[in-house]
Design a protein around this ligand. Structure first.
Ligand code: ATP
Length: 901
């Protein structure tokens, strides 16, 4: 027998589980141990050994190794061994960098891993999907990606999109009854939910029948694993730059070698020097350091509750010019409390004080026992409700359901209505879950007498249109103009107080008992009343919006709520300027794309919109040249999230579909987190610029020392080992420390960066070249002066050059922390950098002062006089150019960032 042919009871027996209790934790752990985690095996993962050996496959490193072996064969054993040791040390450093980068990326993937709602020991829990085992009872609902193969136990209007498995993009209707037939294709197995497919509507429960590689998806896992590129635009540009730099380094090396040989240096000596120089000049660590800077920056973002799913978005974040944010839960707290009720033209307030709950009219407490319509309003909202009142555990995990629905349960409870009690009197026949497109939810219930009734709750203005009757004076009356006006006025008044409003309606059902469709149910209803709930703004959001504004980023509110409510909250948050426009969904639907594009810059609030509208808004903004960040949580939000430059999904309330479409997830659903992410994004980019500047200026310096010396017919200022050592001590640690530097104070006071900005924009190219030339020049001056002063003591002169080259780079590194001048911030503010520089200095002193190393590195101790010369010269590039920048500050400031659109 196939799984789909079996009765659900039989399945429970087969997989040894119980649908009302689920598995015990102990049993689940045992099964997890036995069958392994519920995940598809990853292909294409590199082993640590492969990563280590990949460090030595660079063309120039291979050439260096060959040249070294040759020189070893010619008798230069000590040099050859030392070079090989340095190359291995460099390889280890590269390995550590890459492993760190890989590990951080893996940690990121882990964080955005899918979760599942599982019944264990009688309680619903949210667990990582990889912990699912056969026999687990799981809950699925609209927007979920199914995390294992399930035999469905119940299905409520459940539609599942199975294209990942069957290629068929039309959603399949699912049910829980057994199906007859042999070897049915997957698409026809309507009572099975397959791993990796997506719930597009409705909800249901199922029992896990297969996990991991045993699922249908597992069987074809090899086919569907697509390696997504994780390279950011900057990384791609750096990759190209890397190639150019290699060619440049090789050409310059050839020139150095050529001129050297022409000037009378020995060919073997020059080849080794040249190749060492090329190895030193090629910033081979750059890609790994960029990844580390990105990955560590991303870890920092995680601490600030922003989970990056696609690394490229880290860069895009720094370019964002508009944030389109949902209101409920993102700008507001999503802590809904019903404070006002309205029926038949009367407003009631609901307050809680001195341990008593009071329903008040015109400020006076009143009994509501006789208020039939008010009781209908409260009890129907409890029955037509997917949530349940939380236990403390559930409150912590956010398990009990949508806060709007919980608020309605609470208001009902205050009048003595509990869902459990009502369900003893009413049987639930059919549910039409809430969706933000329809903006309503309905149920069909039956009372003990066998009378059936539709109960609907939803957005008042939308629901009112579906009503032909109203409850007025405790009677069902035909809806007239004056009723409608009164209801609209009430909606407006409640909305003006920033209240979110929900209307309740009902309809008696007669005749056929066949399963019904939404549009048959949600029409000809009777309007009962309104419930208004507060949802206070998040306290920190106002400041974040202001901060974004200062950073040249506009915040736009997009909400399904009523225009007046949205407007009231927008004003509270200072999001809506006096001349800012508010647009409602109906007007938006009628607007052409061009018309929207024309106005889009003036609109700050979009209200009563459906998720489909979001895409139109993203497109219009992008047409105007904006870089758009867009939030969303539902299935229907996915297209807009995907099209936005930065798609943002909610971590708590977001569906799997929205999360998968997104590049950033807010683990706390908070708007302020977007601001923090942008801040971090800008900082990461600036940090990358910092070490590119540092590394390239240093390398330019290294090449120029050798080149100038050859051109000026001087002896070799540095020996190959010294060049390689300079590369080892100056490149790795200080550059990594720059990668985790803190932001400059003004990072959120500048306008967004242009996305097409080149690597060397904003004067970076000039900074690299000018500092590089000066580093080369002072090193050579040190060499030349010492040569002169010591009547040609070459070793001493080389030592002065060796130290000057290192020290000028190590002083320059502090300058790189500032966009403009070293005097702009405390130079020792980055303790990692300080440590890195100190350890580089110690390494230099070790090879210079410990006798063991002196013959290896051809070093001698420096005299006081030499030290003074070294320090004086090393400080020149940084202080000279920083001073120069300070003079030019006005000019630079203006050209620093370009204002958008
Ligand atoms: P956003 O999160 O985008 O700011 P929203 O959450 O306010 O918007 P929706 O959830 O689409 O938007 O809700 C739109 C309207 O539908 C609400 O104003 C409310 O009147 C109504 N509504 C919300 N939740 C429910 C629900 N569970 N049942 C019935 N009606 C609801």
């Amino acid at each position: 027998m196939e799984w789909y042919q079996l009765e659900t009871e039989k399945i429970e027996e087969l997989v040894k589980t119980n649908r009302s209790q689920g598995l015990s934790n102990e049993e689940a752990d045992e099964r997890l141990k036995q069958n392994g985690p519920n995940e598809l095996r990853e292909s294409g993962k590199r082993s640590p050994i492969a990563i280590f050996f990949s460090q030595f496959k660079d063309f120039m490193v291979i050439v260096l190794l060959i040249a070294t072996v040759l020189s070893g064969l010619l008798g230069e054993y000590l040099d050859a061994i030392t070079i090989i040791i340095i190359v291995i040390m460099n390889g280890i450093l590269g390995y550590i960098q890459e492993r760190k980068a890989e590990k951080s990326l893996a940690a990121l993937r882990e964080l955005s891993a899918p979760m599942a709602t599982v019944l264990r020991e009688g309680k619903w829990e949210t667990l990582p999907a990889r912990d699912l085992v056969t026999g687990d009872i799981v809950k699925i609902s609209s927007g979920d990606r199914i995390s294992a193969d399930l035999r469905l136990l119940s299905a409520n209007g459940l539609l599942v999109e199975e294209s990942a498995l069957t290629g068929e993009s039309i959603s399949v209707h699912k049910q829980s009854d057994p199906i007859a037939g042999e070897s049915l294709p997957l698409g026809d197995q309507a009572n099975i939910g397959f791993m990796g497919t997506m719930v597009t509507q409705g909800n249901g429960t199922g029992v896990v029948i297969h996990t991991g590689m045993k699922t249908e998806m597992g069987k074809i896992a090899g086919l569907i694993q697509s390696a997504e590129t994780m390279l950011t635009p900057l990384q791609l540009r750096l990759e190209q730059l890397g190639k150019i730099l290699i060619i440049l380094a090789v050409i310059l090396t050839i020139i150095v070698v050529g001129v050297g040989v022409y000037r009378g240096h020995a060919l073997t000596e020059m080849i080794l020097s040249g190749v060492s120089l090329a190895v030193a000049a090629i910033p081979e660590g750059l890609p790994a350091i960029v990844t580390i800077a990105l990955a560590l920056g991303v870890q920092k973002m995680i601490r600030r509750h922003a989970i990056v799913r696609r690394l490229p978005s880290v860069e895009t974040l720094g370019c964002a010019t508009v944030i389109c944010s949902d209101k409920t839960g993102t700008l507001t707290q999503n802590k809904m409390t019903v404070t006002h009720l309205w029926t038949e033209g009367k407003t009631w307030s609901l307050s809680e004080g001195e341990g008593k709950i009071a329903f008040k009219r015109a400020g006076r407490s009143q009994s509501i026992a006789q208020e039939q319509t008010l009781n209908q309003l409260l009890s129907y909202a409890v029955l037509c409700n997917d949530a349940h009142l939380q236990t403390d555990d559930e409150k912590a995990s956010g398990q009990a359901g949508d806060p709007t629905e919980i608020a309605l349960l609470v208001s009902g409870q205050k009048a003595g209505y509990s869902k459990e009690k009502l369900l003893q009197d009413y049987k639930l026949l059919q549910t039409f879950p809430f969706d933000s497109g329809r903006k309503m939810m309905s149920v069909i219930v039956e009372n003990r007498k066998g009378e059936r009734m539709v109960l609907t709750k939803g957005a008042p203005d939308v629901l009112l249109d579906k009503c032909d009757y109203v409850m007025w004076d405790k009677q069902r009356q035909l809806k007239r103009r004056q009723h409608e006006d009164k209801i609209k006025e009430a909606i407006h008044t409640l909305g003006n107080q920033a209240l979110r409003t929900i209307a309740v309606a009902y309809k008696p059902l007669y005749g056929s008992r066949k399963e019904m469709k939404e549009d048959q149910v949600e029409c000809g209803l009777t309007f009962v009343g309104l419930q208004g709930m507060i949802d206070p703004p998040r306290p920190e959001v106002k400041e974040s919006i202001a901060e974004c504004q200062r950073a040249g980023i506009k915040t736009v509110m997009i909400t399904g709520d009523h225009v007046v409510t949205a407007q009231a909250i927008a004003r509270e948050l200072d999001l809506l300027p006096p001349d800012g426009k508010v647009l409602d969904g109906t007007t938006l639907s009628k607007m052409s794309d061009e018309a929207l594009e024309e106005q889009v810059d003036e609109i700050y609030v979009y209200a009563r919109v459906s998720p489909e509208h979001k895409l139109k808004i993203v497109k219009a903004l992008q047409q105007r040249g904006h870089i758009v960040a867009m939030t969303g949580d539902g299935v229907n939000d996915a297209p807009a999230i995907k099209s936005a430059n930065i798609g943002i999904a909610m971590g708590k309330t977001g569906t799997d579909v929205a999360k998968e479409a997104s590049s950033l997830i807010l683990s706390d659903d908070n708007f302020s987190t977007i601001k923090s992410a942008i801040e971090e994004g800008r900082n990461i980019y600036e940090n990358i610029r910092k070490f590119i500047r540092y590394l390239l200026a240093s390398n330019v310096g290294e090449i120029l020392v050798m080149l100038f010396a050859m051109v000026l017919s001087l002896p070799l200022p540095l020996l190959p080992i010294q060049i390689l050592w300079v590369n080892l001590v100056t490149d790795g640690l200080p550059a990594m420390a720059l990668g985790v530097d803190s932001a400059e104070d003004n990072v959120m006071k500048r306008h967004p960066r242009r996305p097409d900005e080149g690597v060397f924009a904003r004067g970076l190219g000039w900074k690299i070249i000018s500092r590089g030339i000066l580093i080369g020049a002072v090193t050579l001056i040190g060499f030349w002066l010492t040569l002169h002063n010591t009547s040609h003591n070459l070793i001493q002169a080389q030592n002065v050059a060796f130290m000057t080259l290192v020290m000028s780079q190590l002083i320059q590194v502090f300058d790189c922390r500032c966009e403009r001048s070293i005097f702009d911030r405390h130079p020792f503010g980055n303790k990692y950098l300080l440590l890195a520089v100190l350890s580089s200095i110690v390494l230099m002193l070790v090879v210079m002062y410990i006798p063991f190393f002196q013959p290896i590195f051809h070093t001698v101790p420096l005299s006081i006089h030499d030290w003074l010369l070294v320090i004086g010269l090393s400080a020149i590039p940084t202080f000279l150019l920083s001073g120069f920048s300070l003079f030019n500050q006005k000019e630079e400031e203006q050209s620093t960032y370009v204002r958008h659109a």
